[in-house]
Design a protein around this ligand. Sequence first.
Ligand SMILES: NC(=O)c1ccc[n+]([C@@H]2O[C@H](COP(=O)([O-])OP(=O)(O)OC[C@H]3O[C@@H](n4cnc5c(N)ncnc54)[C@H](O)[C@@H]3O)[C@@H](O)[C@H]2O)c1
Ligand SMILES: [Zn+2]
Length: 366
Amino acid sequence: LGWDFKQVRIIKVNLSQSSYEIQIGVGLLRQVGDTLKSSGFQDKAAIITNPAIRELYGNSLKADLEKAGFRPVILEVPEGEEHKSLGWAGKLYFSLSEYQAERMTPVLALGGGVIGDLAGFVAATYMRGVPLIQLPTSLLAQVDSSTGGKVAVDHGRLKNMIGSFYQPKLVIADISSLKTLHEKEFANGQAEVIKHGLILDRSLFETIESGVERLESMDEEFLQDVISRSIAIKAGVVEKDERDMGLRNILNYGHTVGHAIETASDLSIKHGSAVAIGMVAAGMISERMGILPSSELDRIISVISRVRLPVKIPGLNIREIMEVMEHDKKKKGGKIRFVLLKAIGQGFISNEVSVPLVERVLMELS
Ligand SMILES: NC(=O)c1ccc[n+]([C@@H]2O[C@H](COP(=O)([O-])OP(=O)(O)OC[C@H]3O[C@@H](n4cnc5c(N)ncnc54)[C@H](O)[C@@H]3O)[C@@H](O)[C@H]2O)c1
Ligand SMILES: [Zn+2]
């Protein structure tokens, strides 16, 4: 091991149809023009972003692309999940055709997961697919949504109902962009990083465990290391199960209870917080079933609370959470499908979790 931190780290995602590279480094957004040129792109490039991110990174990205000889355009979508919609996809198709985007015109998704999913969906469908470049700027988008090729829009209240699998041509994660991210959004992404460690990479978990302070202070060298390893976990799972036929379910650790908490709270509890509680719950269930040693559970709870994510359910009706879960599509023959842990770094999918046990654990957490 041992890499130079100013150096870009590269993770390759090897898929049967389309392989691509993920670059993780400091200041990479300032080099996108050159990177695209050396990847064979030229002339037009459509940057899709929201107004705040445009101010922070979009305008300078456009200027850099111009310097590199491109004729870019910025297409703005208002901030917020409610704009991850078919309506906004429609507006973007219209703008792209006005711009005379062609089959080889890259779409650059500059922003968090909302922009990534929406721009990705548009790139997947405009002219039956144009090249997609993910430029994730939130921690969640860097470690989770930009890798894996799931693109989608919401349909009313149904999240990610309309979508596709469409892999990007390239992902560029610029660590420096995280500096402007709101603390709450950073915590959101941290939950997914911890999740990746818990299910498949004990040493990643231990790096975080002994480096919480470096994470909280956004030490760039530490972030580059942890983000790269987190992406590598997701990329490895995606390589084995691109189309989500089984193994990819392991990425749902903490999400069975997590989703139910998000829904029962009417989305007032953020995804990362809900998943954090869900990871504690799934850990407790694993421990109660005699699968996970309690010393391991203690370490999990300790790390989650040290990064200031919640480990208890704040004032929600447990019955309501249970009802959401029982309606959940993951429900299977009276059992709820859970990802459990044999140990830190060893997740597995189980259909053996009993509903009363889940309820008991949630009561304990309330
Ligand atoms: N495709 C997938 O596999 C996948 C996986 C997980 C989540 N998602 C989707 O991702 C979305 C959530 O993504 P998210 O958590 O990034 O939310 P988001 O895109 O809404 O971003 C969160 C907030 O941070 C702001 N922001 C982003 N980067 C910033 C920066 N560098 N500086 C300052 N502000 C910045 C955004 O404008 C927004 O206000 C959801 O729609 C979810 O469904 C998709
Ligand atoms: Zn998640």
